[in-house]
Design a protein around this ligand. Structure first.
Ligand code: PRP
Length: 210
């Protein structure tokens, strides 16, 4: 009896692309996989269990070993710095992290404020630039912050660029490109090397085919 592998999947916008990739790699996921509200989905025929997590929490489940594997954005990996291995760039959900703000505005000279869901990434970025900023952590709708005077700048994900545009914001600097990664718990990797290597090889082929 082979061990069931547990995969932490991010709920939300990455989920669909990740499920599509797994299906293309030949894993038989039932149609209700995409539809129901269950947080744990067993696919017994494949020896897989999926847990559906908030994207920012995926590396936490994997680090603690309650999931063997996970799918996490590079943005989340950079922010969380968890003790996990990155196995494969899945090249899905491509976007980037950028500094944005109201057009033609300068950062205030005294303690400029930066609103973000990524306080660690933002702090590291401005430190590297030699700029001292005050980070304001928000959990969503980050673009609101400069519009209502909460911050001078934001650090946030840009995907299509529509949210910035429709709210009259402009991009100032691009920080880093982001795609989703397959991650693994280091101990699980050693213990389930065969099955995990097979998963990686099947997914790599799909990724390479584009
Ligand atoms: C993300 C991100 C931006 C938006 C960018 O927000 O924080 O707001 O998507 O996408 P776009 O460039 O295609 O407009 P998300 O929808 O995940 O919600 P959030 O406000 O909760 O962060």
């Amino acid at each position: 009896m082979t061990k069931v592998l547990t995969i932490a999947m991010p709920k939300g916008r990455i989920f669909e692309e990740a499920a599509d990739l797994l299906r293309k790699a030949g894993y038989q996921l039932p149609p209700e996989f995409d539809e129901n509200r269950k947080l744990i989905i067993d696919v017994e025929e494949e020896g897989l269990r999926f847990i559906l997590a908030k994207p920012m929490d995926v590396p936490t489940y994997v680090e603690h070993g309650v999931a063997d594997l996970g799918i996490a954005g590079k943005d989340v990996m950079l922010e969380e710095e968890r003790d996990v291995y990155e196995l494969l760039d899945l090249k899905i959900s491509a976007c980037y992290l950028a500094v944005a703000g109201m057009p033609e505005t300068k950062m205030s000279d005294v303690a400029p404020r930066v609103a973000t869901k990524y306080p660690n990434v933002a702090a590291a970025y401005f430190r590297e630039q030699g700029e001292q900023v005050e980070i304001i952590k928000l959990n969503g709708s980050i673009e609101l912050a400069p519009m209502i005077g909460l911050s001078d700048r934001i650090v946030d994900i840009v995907s299509t660029g529509r949210t910035l545009k429709e709210n009259g914001l402009v991009e100032y600097e691009r920080i880093v490109d982001v795609t989703s990664r397959l991650i693994v718990n280091p101990v699980s990797y050693r213990m389930n090397d065969d099955r995990i290597s097979e998963l990686v090889s099947r997914l790599s082929k799909v990724v390479a085919e584009g």
